[in-house]
Unconditional design. Sequence first.
Length: 67
Amino acid sequence: MKLRRFPVMADAPVVIQRLKYWGARRNEGFVLMPNEVEACRVGDKPFEFKGTNGFTIRIGAASTDAK
């Protein structure tokens, strides 16, 4: 997957804050980026997509978070 930053007016990336992600208690927000290409060219069903969106996220978890 090859991601590129959105062209925005500020130098900071586009980040969606306070969005729940699975069971993670904490995260630093989703950093959104359009992808140039997303591909898997091996196996029985190779694929390639262009012009879709990708994101990165860093989550925080502690052993006491799980029930």
